[in-house]
Write a protein that binds this ligand. Structure first.
Ligand SMILES: NC(=O)c1ccc[n+]([C@@H]2O[C@H](COP(=O)([O-])OP(=O)(O)OC[C@H]3O[C@@H](n4cnc5c(N)ncnc54)[C@H](OP(=O)(O)O)[C@@H]3O)[C@@H](O)[C@H]2O)c1
Length: 316
């Protein structure tokens, strides 16, 4: 049997993505072999494929490189010294972040410490939505110390991180505002947010007295949103490219501002899987592409208008 993987043989546009065939790896001590069902596609995959950012710099002499940090699937072999899982367990994980990657594989060996058990009430599609995006959403809101009654503005509520951040903030009993295109207004209202159409007018013309800004866009949209904030407000700016600029401007205006880098925490993923299982969190999947259509999946992310997540079906 072969192990098909999607690789980046050189940096470039979506056309560089190539399917390669390798042997199914053997799990080393502390590792398990996962038969990957679904792999999540994240903006960082697209950025790295283009040769931008830290993961690209770290892997430039290590091409072809297999991207992918979000996986769900089934354990098919346990390496020596493992104790957490058994063959046949269904798992999900935020794996190999940020340098190793590897999630765009049909079979992947990972340290068992990077995985969480998927409850029977959660589909493997839903489980693959959560690792990177869900933990970014949860960690951004934790950093901001969002509490009941806070007026929270989340830029880009319809995206992979945003749709989960909106729901977690609503569950914390915050008053949640979010920006989106006209097409996403109804969707975000169903998640419990006050949705603001950014195509109609800048957000700063529609909102004031905000306690917490969760910026998932960066650049001009984030600079505009600073005008909506109360004195002493907190700003968490998530896109790394403009984080320094936004933090500098926000601090000059007297706000408490910080960037962030998501940190894989299997226990936090377990909590989110539980929340999905009991219906407290709804995942949105724009499209599941067969692995052979990975170029289209990357182009969809590059459009900047994905609702929820894009997944790759690694078994077809
Ligand atoms: N620092 C970290 O650790 C970390 C972790 C995860 C993600 N990130 C970064 O965070 C950002 C968001 O990630 P993501 O996975 O959520 O991206 P994504 O899923 O690709 O975001 C797409 C969403 O952005 C919305 N959007 C586009 N332009 C907008 C605008 N001007 N105003 C408001 N919404 C807009 C779109 O909604 P409409 O169609 O309604 O416009 C779409 O739903 C990316 O830059 C990513 O690289 C950083």
């Amino acid at each position: 049997m072969e192990n098909k993987q999607i690789a980046i043989p050189r940096f470039g546009d979506a056309d560089v993505l190539t399917i390669q065939s390798t042997q199914i790896p053997e799990p080393q001590a502390g590792e398990v072999l996962v038969k990957v069902a679904f792999a999540g596609v994240n903006p960082i995959d697209v950025k790295t494929r283009s040769g931008l950012g830290w993961a690209a710099a770290q892997n430039k002499d290590n091409l072809p490189w297999v991207p992918g940090y979000d996986i769900s699937g089934k354990i098919v072999r346990c390496g020596q010294g493992t104790s957490q899982f058994e063959d046949g367990d269904l798992v999900a994980g935020f794996v190999g972040f940020p340098v190793r990657g590897g999630g765009y594989s049909q079979y992947l060996c990972v340290p068992e410490s990077e995985l969480s058990l998927v409850p029977s009430s959660v589909t493997l599609e839903a489980a693959a939505v959560l690792p990177l995006a869900g933990q970014t959403a949860a960690q951004a809101l934790n950093k901001a110390e969002v509490k009941e009654g806070d007026r929270v503005l989340i830029l880009a509520g319809a995206g992979g991180v945003g749709h989960l951040a909106v729901q977690i903030a609503v569950a914390a009993k915050a008053e949640v505002y979010t920006s989106c295109r006209g097409d996403n207004l109804d969707y975000l209202a169903t998640l419990g947010a006050h949705a603001i159409n950014y195509e109609f007018a800048p957000v700063s013309e529609r909102l004031e007295e905000v306690d917490v800004l969760i910026d998932l866009i960066g650049g001009d949209a984030a600079l505009d949103a600073l005008k909506c904030l109360k004195d002493d407000a907190t700003v968490i700016t998530v896109p790394t490219v403009t984080a320094e600029l936004i933090c500098e401007k926000a601090k000059l205006l007297g706000f408490n501002a910080m960037g962030m880098l998501v940190d894989p925490e299997p226990e936090q993923l377990e909590t989110m899987l539980y929340m999905v299982g009991v219906g407290l969190l709804k995942v949105e999947i724009q499209h599941v592409y067969p692995m052979s259509e990975v170029k289209e999946a990357h182009r969809q992310i590059e459009s900047g208008h994905t609702r929820g997540k894009v997944l790759l079906d690694m078994q077809c």
